[in-house]
Design a protein around this ligand. Structure first.
Ligand SMILES: [Zn+2]
Length: 307
């Protein structure tokens, strides 16, 4: 068993409340026999790791519990890496905005911002002047060249090199019957991929949580506990990305070391273990995540191109 993760006074207080049969949310004493919900604050008194059903329930109800809960949640998320996850898993639920709700709200703001600023371009160079001419001209040429893989129309003939045959067929049939259609499809795909990002994240997040479980298997925590941590981590990352969108490039790059340091600190608080081990897990996690992104992002773009 690796070293216990470091604890905080708040987490100790929650654990003490649980041990003494008090409410883990507001720490009020509970009557005997124990009711299903705390008479003081209304949180349920059973505090096993959250079930998938509980996650689903977070969709319903008021969007934010209260404004106070929102600021409390954001403050803890921003100032103490991993602490929000620890307190949630220890049993303090109603006190904060629930993980899925927090994540959905922040990602919604980020997606809106990205869409407004239009800064995501999967296929670049579509505004080249010769492409604008090709779109109108008599001898249409529009070939995309990405590291030796070519796809497009040359003198009106479809070319597809260095790519799977099935993919070539699909693109030819669905998106490239002629140059004008092809260029319009490419532009539309660039725009639509942003609206597909939300869907991509919904696929990536459970996979990311699975990576966390794999890397921290010895902790024996249930999958949903890793999912809570994944939601909190992404909420923080998205907040940093939001800030990076607002700042100018030299200053905005400061967001990247912030993300790395925060993630290491949060990982240590939630899972514990020696620093070198956390660093190794961090590296492995980054590699796994990049691989997942490398597969899902082009897939989302292809879907946007073909459908
Ligand atoms: Zn209570």
């Amino acid at each position: 068993m690796p070293a216990e993760p470091p604890t905080t006074p708040a987490v100790r207080a929650i654990e003490a409340a649980a041990a003494e049969g008090r409410c883990t949310n507001c720490e009020a004493p509970l009557p005997q026999p124990r009711p299903a919900f705390c008479p003081a604050c209304g949180q349920e008194t059973r505090i096993a790791a959250p079930t998938l059903h509980e996650f689903a329930q977070q969709f319903g109800g008021a969007y934010f519990s209260t404004e106070g809960a929102l600021w409390r949640t954001l403050r803890l998320l921003l100032t103490q890496p991993g602490e929000l996850t620890r307190q949630y898993l220890a049993g303090r639920r109603k006190h904060f905005v629930l993980p899925l709700r927090l994540y959905l709200s922040i990602s919604l703001v980020l997606l809106l911002m990205v869409q407004l600023m239009g800064q995501i371009t999967v296929v670049e160079g579509l505004d080249r002047p010769e492409l604008a001419i090709a779109e109108r001209g008599p001898l249409p040429n529009a070939v995309l060249d990405v590291q030796g893989r070519r796809m497009g129309l040359r003198a009106g003939v479809f070319v597809c090199e260095g790519l799977p045959t099935l993919l070539c067929q699909l693109v030819h049939e669905r998106a490239a019957p002629d140059t004008r259609t092809y260029l319009q499809r490419l532009r539309a795909a660039n725009e639509r991929v942003v609206s597909h990002l939300g869907v991509v994240m919904f696929v990536l997040l459970p996979l990311f949580a699975a990576c966390l479980k794999l890397l921290n298997a010895r902790r024996g925590m249930p999958y949903t506990a890793h999912l809570v941590f994944a939601l909190h981590l992404h909420s923080f990352w998205f907040l940093v990305l939001l800030a990076m969108q607002l700042l100018q490039p030299p200053l905005a790059w400061a967001g990247l070391p912030v993300i790395v340091v925060y993630t290491l600190l949060a990982g240590r608080r939630v899972y514990g273990g020696a620093w070198w081990a956390r660093l190794l897990r961090g590296l492995a996690l980054t590699a796994m995540y990049l691989l997942l992104l490398l597969v899902t992002l082009p897939l989302a773009w292809l879907l946007a191109l073909l459908i």
